[in-house]
Design a binder for this molecule. Structure first.
Ligand SMILES: C[S@@+](CC[C@H](N)C(=O)[O-])C[C@H]1O[C@@H](n2cnc3c(N)ncnc32)[C@H](O)[C@@H]1O
Length: 351
């Protein structure tokens, strides 16, 4: 029961303040609805051609009252337009959202549940918050196609080598494997993924891309898999995974991973993609993309057993494991000018 004093204080909020203070709630609802709209295939259906509401309800076996409510909500947010004949079309704003669906897959599908647990999981000793591994893997791969895959292509070119067997550790939906095998016809690939949902998604994706004869996907943790010594790849990839190993198994885990990889394949190339930890740097965090994306991205890591670190930390750790940096690249400024995403080409020292 609220005291009269508390009620009065609440009543002190004027309408302007209320509207301003509720913008984050509005963004939360819009983002959640957009994620469902994209996942259900409704965006693709209306992007292909505008469709009557009834046709959408029938085609997707949807509850007509709920569908109409969602569409009216989106229309009020200027995300869809519904004409006098009840035909729905995406607005320009929704078309832009459609282009960045992978960010919604990862940050809403994968981590919305994590954000909702933050109050509880601030408590010391409360353990990690949950996340949806399938969406994290799938969304991350979709984002990678846009930003980190070009870094991988560039580093492979710089390596000057023709690789035959690639091991993608923490392969998510497997998109690096399919893209790189397509670009390099002599290459075969193995993807390792410890999340069952992500593993299943990867198996399905590789099959749909018609590459199951060149790419295998296995359910495993990177360190365990490498220590079992089943494979001698000449190329290994850790796309946003080394900070997962650091969070789960500490520096010792990363050392074991690098030791097992270069122990089995002393001449291998290793490509590591990760994000420079600059959450506390106003200079980096003032950037508009840092504010809209990286701020929330940095936030979720310590809640989900992941540990991001700055570039200097990683390079010292690599050096102390006898691994040298052959090259370091970042994203094309036209894609992401924060410079926060880094890709290293690494080799065993003297290898
Ligand atoms: C952020 S996603 C990256 C997916 C993909 N590599 C990319 O670059 O887009 C991290 C992936 O690493 C996987 N992962 C987590 N811990 C791992 C571990 N110890 N060994 C291998 N993979 C791990 C997760 O399940 C998830 O699919």
């Amino acid at each position: 029961m609220k005291t009269t004093d508390e009620l009065t204080r609440f009543g002190d909020v004027d309408e302007h303040e209320l509207v301003r203070a509720l913008q984050p709630y509005r963004g939360f609802v819009v983002a959640s609805v957009l994620h469902g709209f994209l996942e259900r295939g409704l965006y693709d259906a209306i992007a292909e051609r505008p469709r009557p509401v009834q046709e959408l309800a029938d085609a997707f076996a949807l509850d007509p009252v709920r569908l109409r409510t969602v569409l009216l909500f989106l229309a009020n947010e200027d995300l869809v337009a519904i004409d006098g004949d009840d035909v729905v079309a995406p607005t320009q704003q929704l078309t832009e959202v459609g282009k960045v669906r992978a960010w919604y897959e990862m940050m809403i599908g994968g981590y919305a549940e994590t954000f909702l647990q933050m109050g509880d999981k601030l408590a010391a000793g409360s353990g990690p918050a949950s996340r949806n591994g399938e969406y994290v893997g799938r969304g991350s791969c979709g984002i990678s196609l846009h930003d980190s895959l070009p870094i991988v292509h560039r580093l492979l070119e710089l390596s000057g080598r023709d690789h035959r067997l690639m091991l993608d550790l923490g392969c998510g939906s497997g998109i690096y494997l399919t893209e790189l095998c397509r670009a390099h016809p002599q290459l075969r690939g193995v993807g390792i993924e410890p999340d069952e949902g992500a593993r299943d998604a990867a198996v399905e994706f590789v099959a749909a891309e018609g590459l199951s004869d060149r790419i295998d996907i296995e359910l495993a943790n990177a360190v365990d898999y490498l220590e079992a010594g089943q494979l001698k790849p000449d190329l290994a990839l850790l796309g946003f995974v080394i900070h997962e190993v650091l969070g789960q198994q500490g520096e010792e885990g990363v050392r074991r991973l690098l030791g097992a990889l270069f122990g089995a394949s002393p001449d291998a190339d290793l490509i590591v993609i990760d994000v420079d930890h600059q959450l506390g740097s106003p200079e980096h965090m003032r950037h508009p993309l840092a504010q809209t994306y990286y701020n929330g991205y940095y936030l979720l890591h310590p809640f989900t057993s992941q540990r991001l670190e700055p570039i200097a930390y990683w390079e010292e750790l690599f050096a102390s494991c006898g691994v040298e940096v052959v090259d370091r690249q970042t994203t094309e400024p036209s894609i992401d000018s924060t410079g926060l995403e880094v890709g290293w080409l690494l080799r065993r020292r003297g290898g």
